[in-house]
Design a protein. Structure first.
Lengths: 244, 241
């Protein structure tokens, strides 16, 4: 009996609409959820933006912020502020799901597992990019650095660098969610790994803010290379991570 | 059991003898360097330790990949054993480097690409060992360590290539450095002989550390068994192996 019903069953299963949605649609749904959550609570963006602003202001005490000095130290300062803001912001990316164990629900959803990470990565990218967009003009005004002329290339550098921060950051946020003292753990793990991004981001920004500005081909390549490596690694590792 | 014990004793003895022979070769076989003289002899230990550390971190990454694929606790033990030993060798590199730099450069440290990337490497594997203390559950700890070990390994090729990509104060490559570089044949032989010795030492240390980690794992299982007897089968299974 079972033998005869099998082909019919197969046909029914085959004619049903596919349950799995595509990687990008799944990621888009997760991204929309993250943005909605953030829009309702508004805790992450405000906290991080204020924190990053504080870092920028505090740095003014560590050197004499004249125009020349700012040109020398400014790019590094800016990237340190972005890095700190990033580690602070990436902390809750997966932690948030723990309060009501909603990560289990996300895993049950008929979406490819990687789209959970991808959606959260895109959300982190968006939030960090907004923070940077708020911080950059403030930095330019306070430290008397002109950014208007090189705004487009600067945005490219920021986009590549931000991607380099959030891709490993979101992955590490997923793995550290169960650790003790995870608030301390994420910066500890993330900062050394992000060294290439910090170096290349700082050098590229310095080249663009120099007088006359230069096009930082090498450092853009380093940033893009780091992004590709991080992306590939996170793609292969995350599948393994979600198994348990 | 007795046979493996004897073999293990032999391996340890050979590693010790090899290290002693390398010490002899460094001071009595390797020729005098023209400008740096005796100070240059630290080069053999410095470079051999650096290569061994690189191999150790490769092993950490490989163990991480194996763990993520098969979920065998022993791959996690191998990972932590290699990471800790690699950290010891990197520490040797970071100590012998400045000891050599002070008389030759006149300074202990400079922030050039080779030195900075090595320092970051050292920090990353300290972080690797620190995080292991912060995750209670063995499986989660192993996953976290495996992922981090794979990511951290990305810095190793950067360290290796740094003296080839950037113009550093650190001396440029003498092995595989391209045209115009090279090493006296005797010096080269002593270097590779010393590398063999550090690799033998590395193998012994990894073996000891691996055993320690497996014993810790067993104790953890027995403790769980003592606390809740329902978990007993797991511990029994391990004893049978």
């Amino acid at each position: 009996m079972a033998v005869r019903t099998q082909p019919v069953l197969d046909q029914v299963v085959a004619s049903a609409p596919p349950l799995e949605v595509s990687l990008w649609r799944g990621a888009w749904t997760i991204l929309a959820k993250e943005v909605r959550t953030e829009f309702r609570s508004r805790e992450l963006l405000t906290t991080t933006a204020v924190f990053a602003l504080m870092v920028v202001v505090m740095f003014s005490f560590s050197f004499d912020p004249t125009r020349e000095e700012a040109r020398k130290f400014g790019p590094g300062l800016l990237w340190i502020a972005f890095l700190f803001a990033g580690t602070l912001m990436l902390e809750p990316a997966f932690l948030r799901e723990q309060a009501n164990d909603t990560l289990a629900a996300l895993r049950l959803a008929p979406i490819p597992p990687y789209s959970i990470l991808l959606g959260k990565t895109l959300a982190s990218f968006l939030f960090l990019a907004i923070t940077e967009a708020l911080l950059l003009p403030v930095f330019a005004v306070l430290y008397n650095v002109s950014i208007a002329g090189e705004l487009l290339p600067l945005m490219l550098v920021l986009a590549l660098g931000t991607l380099g921060i959030v891709v490993p950051g979101t992955l590490f946020s997923a793995v550290t969610a169960h650790a003790r003292m995870r608030e301390l753990l994420l910066p500890l793990l993330l900062l050394p790994v992000l060294t290439p991004v910090l170096i290349a981001g700082t050098e590229a920004t310095a080249a663009l803010l120099a007088d006359p500005p230069e096009w930082p081909t090498l450092w853009l390549k380093v940033l893009a290379g780091a992004d590709i490596i991080y992306f590939t690694a996170s793609f292969f590792l995350f599948e393994a991570l979600l198994e348990d | 059991m007795r046979k493996t014990h004897a073999l293990w004793l032999l391996v340890r003895t050979l590693a010790a003898l090899w290290m002693a022979a390398a010490g002899y070769a460094i001071f009595f076989v390797a020729p005098d360097e023209r400008t740096m003289h005796e100070v240059q002899r630290i080069f053999y230990i410095h470079v051999a330790s650096a290569w061994t550390a690189g191999m150790a971190y490769l092993l950490v990454a490989v163990a991480g990949v194996l763990y993520l694929m098969n979920r065998q606790p022993r791959h996690d033990w191998l990972g932590v054993a290699a990471a800790e030993t690699g950290l010891a060798f990197t520490t040797v590199v970071l100590i012998t480097g400045p000891v050599w730099a002070k008389p030759v450069w006149g300074i202990w440290w400079t922030w050039d690409a080779r030195l900075t990337t090595t320092f970051v490497l050292w920090l990353m594997y300290i972080a690797y060992l620190l995080i292991r203390n912060l995750v209670e559950e063995p499986q989660r700890r192993a996953v976290l360590a495996a992922v981090y070990g794979i990511f951290a390994f990305a810095d190793v090729p950067v360290v290796y290539m740094s003296i080839r990509w950037w113009r550093t104060q650190h001396p440029s490559a003498v092995i595989g450095g391209g045209a115009g570089s090279g090493l006296d044949p005797t010096m080269k032989a002593v270097l590779f002989f010393t590398w063999g010795a550090t690799m033998a030492l590395f193998a012994v240390l990894v073996r000891v550390r691996y055993r320690l980690e497996s014993l810790r794992f067993e104790i953890e299982l027995l403790r769980q068994e003592a606390e809740e007897p329902s978990a007993a089968p797991a511990a029994l299974r391990l004893q049978e192996n």
